[in-house]
Design a protein around this ligand. Structure first.
Ligand code: SAM
Length: 335
């Protein structure tokens, strides 16, 4: 994980002062220093709902997408280079020439190559290293190339015709696992349906097209930007869109007949089966007692114990070297 205190290093060392007035922090981790919350007009831009909720709980003002202007900005790197370049360009665009923009990131998130690219484009005022990463800062007019950096990360139609952007799940081509799950979208799927971790909407669009007896489809997605393009990709009026953390879903007033999902398997670089296990538990919570859960997962992910714990019956419908398609019925938590 990135060191949340790294961002304060240039201030602690007396190399930089934060300006008065509103400041923006793009993609802050949940653990950013509490002292920042006390600054007047301090805004966090965090489109990932679980982190946004944790920041809000600590008293920060959080928006999924900021507009500006701000008197200064901070950018924390994500794992996606195009998104990082666009965020640096946006931060510079939203601040005045004398407003500092600080950028912090881990080596593993590509901070060194990003710094190199920024240096090629404009002057960098300072750089410090800490905790396997770097913080650097700049100010001044935005160089012309920053417009291209922003455009490169903007949503575009992929070869299959869906609107997607870098940083989203499988933006350039439909995921093979998702494609396999779609083959099981049959007439047993009807009534109220939910798609957990809907991404840019592939499964949602396919299930609505295949299953005429679906009455409503709730898409739950944690990444705000992905949900926004899903609204363009899924135009069927039966679809409803929720910016939500699936792990936090409670029992709904009207439980679902079917839940579909290709659950996420990591937030950082390593596989984190606990996220998918949380999705399995959530599916069981929100289903009717007679409901079914259709999911696809990387074959090596250990979901069997969770399926056993949360469903009376489950079976592998299909598997190959890469993924397995699973149907689970009769959730144990639905009584
Ligand atoms: C493997 S992708 C599947 C996307 C889409 N259903 C598909 O098949 O192309 C999983 C999705 O879950 C989202 N996600 C990750 N953590 C989440 C959470 N806690 N709550 C809701 N969605 C989450 C990710 O942003 C990602 O879009």
């Amino acid at each position: 994980m990135s060191d949340p205190a790294r961002i304060l290093l240039p201030l602690d060392e007396g190399l930089l002062e934060l300006p008065d007035g509103p400041m923006l922090f793009i993609r802050p981790p949940a653990e950013i220093p509490q002292e920042l919350a006390a600054r007047e007009g301090f805004v966090c831009e965090q489109g990932f709902k679980p982190v946004a909720e944790r920041l809000e709980a600590r008293g920060f003002t959080v928006v999924p997408m900021a507009e500006g202007p701000f008197s200064g900005a901070i950018v924390e790197l994500t794992r996606n280079r195009a998104e990082n370049m666009a965020n640096v360009a946006r931060a510079v665009r939203m601040t005045p020439p004398d407003g500092p923009v600080l950028v912090s990131g881990n080596k593993t998130d590509g901070v060194d190559s990003l710094l190199k690219a920024v240096r090629k484009a404009t002057d960098v005022s300072g750089v410090l290293s800490k905790s396997h990463g770097k913080v650097f800062w700049l100010s001044g007019e935005a160089p012309a190339v920053f417009t291209e950096w922003e455009a490169a990360a903007a949503p575009k139609r992929n070869p299959a015709g869906y609107l997607t952007a870098p940083g989203m799940f499988s933006p350039d081509k439909v995921d093979k696992g998702s494609e396999a799950l779609v083959r099981y979208f049959d007439k047993s799927i009807k009534g109220a349906v939910a798609d957990l971790g809907a991404g840019w909407g592939y499964l949602a669009e396919q299930v609505l097209a295949a299953c005429g007896k679906i009455e409503s489809l709730d898409l739950y997605e944690a990444e705000y930007a992905a949900l926004e393009v899903a609204k363009v990709n899924v135009t069927d009026p039966r679809a409803r869109f929720h910016w939500a953390d699936v792990a936090g879903l409670g029992k709904p007033a009207t439980p679902y007949q079917t839940v579909i999902s290709n659950p996420p398997f990591h937030q950082s670089r390593a596989a984190e089966p606990s996220i998918g296990i949380g999705f399995i538990a959530a599916a069981a919570r929100i289903l009717k007692p007679s409901g079914q859960f259709l999911m696809v997962a990387n074959r090596q992910l250990p979901y069997e114990t969770a399926l056993e714990a949360h469903f009376k019956h489950w079976e592998i419908l299909e598997q190959d070297r890469a993924f397995k398609v699973i149907r689970a019925r009769r959730p144990k938590s639905a009584r």
